[in-house]
Design a protein around this ligand. Structure first.
Ligand code: ADE
Length: 230
């Protein structure tokens, strides 16, 4: 079973995303174990301090090295981790190939940063992988960790009902997914493409492939130039 530990100062932010839908089912089926670790449990003084002023001055608090080191050391005494991931806007950009790669691992730590950042020595000595979910700044690493977890967990064997359905997602073959429709076939004169009602599987697959390519050319021509083996 895959095991993911998420270290955070706002555990409440992470409860919702993992208690619904596909991730919830994956946890119930014991396909993944997700532990939310409160960093304050590893703070040393009675105020449970985990951040301090930046050396050299400047606005914003910095997350301290000690509680994070104690926390990661404690986790490492229980199991071996494949990656210790720090969610940060200056990390490498998350994409489908990266999620695919991470989904093959056994144990992961995700560290959610807050305030103005974390003491650089944590990044130098404890973190093995730094990931951004996009070119915008969020208030902390919790939502990015939830995004990363979701993208990994849905790929684990047995999580999706239809084993092939992650394969037909957008991006898995550098193509966007084709349009989909459901009943009614005619709503106020807005009609579903006839071929999808035909029952001809070969023609339907062709239609889907053509529309995937067309949609990708129109919306994301950059994807068509990419190498699929990365
Ligand atoms: N923390 C704050 N913003 C972030 C982002 N865009 N990606 C990952 N972690 C973040």
């Amino acid at each position: 079973m895959m095991h993911i530990d998420i270290i955070t100062v706002h555990p409440g932010l992470l409860e919702g995303p993992f208690s619904h839908s596909i991730v919830k089912r994956a946890r119930e089926k014991n396909l993944v174990e997700i532990d939310i670790i409160n960093l304050r449990d590893y703070a040393q003084n009675k105020h449970k301090t985990v951040d301090d002023y930046a050396f050299g001055g400047g606005a914003g608090m910095v997350m301290m090295i000690e509680p994070i080191d104690r926390c990661i050391t404690d986790l490492r005494s229980k199991r071996t981790y494949d990656e210790v991931i720090y969610l940060t806007p200056d990390g490498i950009m998350l994409d489908q190939p990266l999620s695919n790669k991470l989904s093959l691992h056994k144990n992961l730590i995700m560290l959610c940063g807050h305030y103005k950042g974390i003491d650089e020595r944590i990044r130098e000595h404890l973190i093995t992988c730094e990931i951004s979910i996009g070119n915008y700044v969020l208030s902390g690493g919790e939502l990015p960790a939830a995004v990363l977890c979701d993208s990994i967990v849905r790929l684990l064997p047995g999580v999706l009902n239809d084993e092939t359905s992650a394969l037909s997602d957008s991006f898995q073959d550098n193509l966007l997914a084709p349009p989909v429709y459901t009943r009614p076939a005619n709503y106020k004169g807005w009609e579903v493409p006839q071929v999808l009602l035909s029952g001809n599987e070969r023609q339907i697959n062709e239609w889907r492939y053509e529309h995937s390519v067309e949609r990708t050319q129109k919306r994301r021509p950059d994807l068509l130039k990419r190498n699929t083996n990365n």
